[in-house]
Design a protein around this ligand. Structure first.
Ligand SMILES: [Zn+2]
Length: 372
């Protein structure tokens, strides 16, 4: 990931380039701002530029030994700290390094939930754990391997547990020459003020819709009009735009599973419903949440269908076809409760409650509600 590959954020790039070119790099930077606007991508691009042996035209060269190691996240002077799921007392990021680097290799635009899913984190929480504090000190107190800078990127310092935060503070207070910390945060309000006072803040802003649309055309092969439509509802987040595309791609799966759930609920087929829950619970948490949102939308659409006002309906061909029969089951006696059950399930899954149970309880409610 070079500066060139980071979407937009030209002002930030200019500030960072200047710091490197004038050899006035602060020993600790805080990249703060909304989720999905490219802070982690920028941190990696910046580290690559700092460590590049032959930077050219304001960017890393891409072919020196350092750039080649960076491309594999295998540079000895690049370190990461990030939230992880605890396996034992001494769990550190080193225990997740392989998962982390392969995750970064697939994309630098992701959120905490995506990473939790990648770790297999159903029903789990992730933090930068106490034991990681020693790890930070060990990695950053020695001089660099290559004799130049060494960089540590701390992703989501707001997830740091007490001792880890204290150790980070210690290293920030007594910086080793050449050590650069880049903290990447979505929410600085819960970070220790003593840490905040030791970093130079670089504020990132939401991306303009035009910039997101251009990226969707060039990187994701979307048509200009579709790209602009998606960009407009993405609230300045390229990540949100990516998720919208993947929901569109999932529309068929969602439709199939929604109709299946309704049919099984109507026929009171508990065994098959159990199988349905197992299948949906095996999806990523993110996908389950967007599926449940799709279901709420379908319920609303079918309720509206009963009023015979096609201009108020937004369904595709197969959804409309299904609505001709199914809409009669959605009425003023059950629509509110129906929608409520799906939204509660969505919230519970978001809060890491065990998906299989949440979905099965919801399916049982569907059996009752569909006959109201
Ligand atoms: Zn290079």
């Amino acid at each position: 990931m070079s500066f060139n590959a980071v979407i937009g954020q030209e002002e930030v790039k200019a500030i960072l380039r200047k710091q490197v070119d004038e050899k006035r790099i602060p020993h600790a930077l805080m990249f703060s701002g909304p989720e999905g606007c490219g802070k982690l991508a920028m941190a990696v691009a910046f580290a690559k530029y700092v460590l590049c042996q032959h930077p050219e035209n304001g960017d890393s060269c891409g072919h020196c030994p350092s750039c080649r190691q960076m491309a594999k996240y295998a540079h000895p002077d690049l370190h990461f700290s990030f939230p992880i799921i605890k396996k034992g007392q001494t769990t550190t990021c080193n225990d997740y390094l392989r998962e982390w680097t392969s995750f970064l290799s697939s994309s630098l635009y992701f959120d905490f939930e995506d990473w939790l899913d990648a770790m297999g984190g159903d029903n789990k929480q992730a933090y930068i754990l106490e034991a990681e504090g020693d790890n930070i000190i060990n990695q950053m107190s020695l001089s660099s391997y290559e004799g130049g800078y060494k960089v540590m990127i701390v992703w989501l310092p707001e997830k740091m547990r007490g001792e880890a935060a204290n150790n980070l503070l210690k290293t920030l207070e007594e910086p080793v020459p050449g050590a650069i910390f880049i903290l990447v945060s979505n929410d600085t309000s819960t970070i220790l003020p003593t840490i905040l006072s030791r970093v130079q803040n670089i504020a990132f802003h939401a991306l303009p819709a035009e910039v997101i649309a251009e990226a969707l055309v060039q990187r994701n092969g979307l048509e200009q009009n579709t790209a602009m439509q998606i960009a407009r509802i993405s609230c300045g987040s390229y990540l949100k735009a990516l998720k919208t595309i993947s929901v569109n791609n999932e529309a068929d799966t969602y439709f199939k599973n929604f109709t299946q759930l309704m049919r099984l609920a109507y026929s009171r087929n508990l065994v098959a419903l159990k199988g349905w829950c197992d299948e949906v619970a095996s999806w990523s948490r993110e996908k389950q949440k967007s599926f449940l949102e799709y279901c709420q939308n379908m319920l609303r659409e079918n309720f509206v269908y009963n009023f015979h006002r096609p201009e108020l309906n937004f369904m595709n061909e197969q959804e409309l076809q299904f609505a001709t029969k199914f809409s009669s089951f959605i009425n003023e006696r059950n629509i509110v409760e129906f929608a409520h059950e799906f939204s509660v399930a969505q919230r519970d899954i978001e809060q890491n409650v065990y998906s299989r149970n949440v979905l099965f309880n919801m399916a049982l409610q569907c059996i009752i509600l569909i006959r109201k």
